[in-house]
Design a protein around this ligand. Structure first.
Ligand code: G3I
Length: 305
């Protein structure tokens, strides 16, 4: 039977990957599938490299949990996406407190950003900047501060800006396009745009157009957090529609050379973030809660073939 990363590589992509999280790693059958690098060529830590996990107190860095995921990727021969550096969510209170002036918070951002999905979810859906401790204190300057620091810390790691609701054309995609162009014209390092891809069965935006538009900026593009949720209970009809939707999304990436890879936001419904956030919704992943492949799995394969 086909395996996702093998099919993706044969189709010219760099990887097909999955998110994962430390508490899941005691589940041996889960880990066995996750660790098969023909199935997944890349992994992303779902939580353990976020700010609250890595710098819980100012200047006290704890990479223990993040390193578990990094080591797993290394052992498995998988790529790693670092996730994330600057995000309004999952901040320790010493950062979100807003107790710092411009030069203090700039140093804090620079000190924290050593790689990865450097800027996460900086815009509101209407394309205006999100109000958070970074923007409210520093204005747009937190973006170049973080990117420059990340490049200095690790010259070989790809630096991404990552967001959701930028899958199709619209105000937010335009705002991100303008930001990338302005960073490029001021020589701030930016290598890629991460399109998260938290989608809903039956309403898939025009991703082909938008992924091509992002790639035409001269940066790489990746689908970084793909899942396609439905209102429960799942029915055969919904699962078939989900399969078609997965295929459409994958084909959009497949049609754009600059779309280099795809990551599902965990591969199984067993560990999906969706039901706890959207009550009554779920079944968003290509494997079900019993680690059995769903029609969506075949949709991914078909999209790459
Ligand atoms: O760590 C605590 C634990 O100590 C406590 O007992 C437990 C009780 O609820 O909560 C645990 O924290 C949870 C954490 O995941 C770790 O499991 C948080 O409540 C929960 O909110 C958090 O959810 C994560 C979410 O980001 C937070 O916004 C999801 O697992 C994670 O998949 C999700 O991922 C985000 C991406 O980073 C960015 N894009 C959107 C995506 C989906 O929201």
């Amino acid at each position: 039977t086909a395996k996702l990363n093998s099919v993706a590589k044969a189709a010219g992509k760099l990887y097909l990957g999955s998110a994962t999280d430390n508490p899941e790693l005691t589940d041996q059958p889960y880990v066995a599938i996750l660790s098969d690098n023909e199935q997944f060529g890349q992994i992303t830590p779902g939580n353990s490299m976020k700010w609250d996990a890595t710098e819980p107190e100012q200047g006290v860095f704890t990479f223990t949990q993040g390193d578990v995921i990094a080591d797993l990727a290394k052992t498995n021969g998988q790529l790693l996406r670092g996730h994330n550096c600057v995000w309004y969510n999952q901040l320790p209170s010493w950062v979100s407190s807003g107790n710092f002036n411009v030069s203090e918070l700039t140093s804090i951002v620079e000190n924290h950003c050593n790689a990865w999905d450097v800027i996460n979810e900086a815009f509101n859906d209407d394309g205006t900047w999100r109000s958070d401790v970074f923007y409210d204190t520093l204005g747009e300057a937190f973006v170049p501060a973080a990117l420059n620091a990340a490049r200095t810390a690790d010259p070989s790691t790809k630096l991404y800006i990552n967001d959701y609701n930028i899958e199709g054309p619209g105000a937010k995609a335009t705002a991100l396009t303008n930001l990338v162009q302005s960073l490029q014209s001021s020589n701030v390092p930016i290598d890629g745009i991460g399109v998260q891809g938290h989608l809903i069965v039956g309403s898939i935006p025009d991703m082909k157009t938008q992924l091509a538009a992002f790639a035409s900026l001269g940066v790489e593009v990746a689908i970084t957090e793909l899942d396609i949720r439905m209102t429960l209970p799942s029915t055969d009809a919904l699962l078939q529609q989900q399969k078609t939707n997965y295929q459409t999304v994958i084909e959009a990436c497949q049609s754009v050379a600059g779309c280099i890879g795809i990551t599902v936001w965990d591969y199984t419904d067993k560990y999906s973030w969706v039901p706890s956030t959207f009550s009554g919704q779920g079944a968003a992943c290509p494997w079900d809660e019993n680690l059995v492949q769903k029609p969506a799995f075949d949709g991914i394969v078909a999209g790459l073939s």
